[in-house]
Design a protein around this ligand. Structure first.
Ligand SMILES: Cc1cc2nc3c(=O)[nH]c(=O)nc-3n(C[C@H](O)[C@H](O)[C@H](O)COP(=O)(O)O)c2cc1C
Length: 306
């Protein structure tokens, strides 16, 4: 775990870097990047502003940045304490605890510079930035598995298209029987959410719902033995990939089987061969979203081993 300081400026970050570099006899800042160099793009007015730079001051990494122009900025309130966390479970735990009674500025999620990064102002108005360092980015599966829980209360905040793309990619590459890839996925947002609400009480306010289906004209069958349809298993594996990818992106989800499949097929005009298997509401968990009591009630290993 590392613990550093992050200083924010309003367009005069470069002057501050020069000022402190001279005082502390540092030849040049490390990792300097302007908003204009950000591959994600930036507003024209921000092109020359500093997105990131750091100075090693007496062995302590002090990070510097300009805020984007037009963003609220108060001098005297422009310091953030910066934690580099060592594992996914820890960063989620600390972020959730700091957010309790505070204000989340940026929920934990993947960024250009960190697999998991978030900003929060705690209830004492102290600003924090948390990130997972490069070494920790190989997020252990067990961290993801233990950190995830069914979220049943979402913020209305939309899911960014970039995050949705990462999630759908995880569904695209999931294993399927004979690699026939029968998964078919419908992403529902906006006005169409009303159709979903007519089929299930379990959207929980999520701004995006994925309907995971399979095409039964494409899916594999265990035909030489008992003819078992394998499409449902494929769609379930795909949904599991989507669920963990959402969690990795700092989003919540809940697997939902409680829906009326016939009604859903009708309202979304799915052809006969498309079989809906699961709904996955996805979004940013509400501040008070917590794991249900059921989440921790798991059998012991000896109870499940045959
Ligand atoms: C196949 C399946 C169907 C589920 N259907 C629903 C559902 O319709 N509504 C709901 O609120 N949760 C549903 N869940 C979520 C489970 O209740 C939840 O995963 C379980 O209680 C364990 O809690 P956790 O996900 O927080 O670990 C479903 C989960 C699975 C795997």
């Amino acid at each position: 775990m590392s613990f550093d300081v992050f200083l924010n400026f309003n367009g005069d970050c470069r002057a501050a870097l020069d000022f402190y570099s001279e005082i502390f006899r540092i030849s040049e800042p490390a990792g300097l990047m302007t908003y204009g160099q950000n591959p994600g793009g930036s507003a024209d007015a921000d092109k020359d502003r500093i997105l990131y730079a750091s100075l090693p001051i007496f062995g302590r990494n002090v990070m510097f940045s300009d805020c984007p122009s037009g963003e609220p900025f108060a001098k005297g309130n422009n310091i953030a304490l910066t934690l580099g966390c060592e594992n996914v479970e820890e960063i989620h735990r600390i972020f959730a605890a700091l957010s309790d009674g505070g204000e989340v500025y940026m929920p934990l999620g993947k960024t250009l510079f960190s697999e998991l990064y978030g900003m929060v102002r705690d209830k004492f108005e102290i600003a924090w930035q948390l990130s997972l360092t490069a070494f920790q980015c190989a997020a252990a599966f067990s961290d993801l598995a233990k950190g995830r829980f069914s979220v049943r209360r979402f913020k209305p905040q939309p899911v960014e298209n970039e995050k949705l793309a990462v999630i759908l990619e995880a569904g695209r590459i999931a294993p399927t029987a004979c690699n026939y890839q029968p998964q078919r996925i419908k992403v529902v947002t906006g006005a169409d959410l009303a159709k979903l609400d007519a089929c299930s009480p379990c959207r929980f306010g999520a701004p995006t719902v994925i309907i995971a289906c399979y095409d039964n004209t494409v899916s594999a069958k265990r035909s030489t033995i008992d003819g078992k349809e394998l499409g449902e298993i494929d769609a379930s594996i795909v949904t599991t990939h989507l669920m963990f990818a959402a969690h990795e992106q700092g989003l919540g989800s809940c697997w939902v089987a409680h829906f009326d499949p016939a009604k859903l097929k009708g309202l979304f005009a799915f052809p006969e061969n498309i079989v809906p298997i699961a709904l996955l509401p996805i979004g940013y968990p509400a501040e008070d979203a917590k794991p249900a009591a059921m989440h921790t009630k798991k059998n012991n290993l000896e109870d499940i081993l045959l």
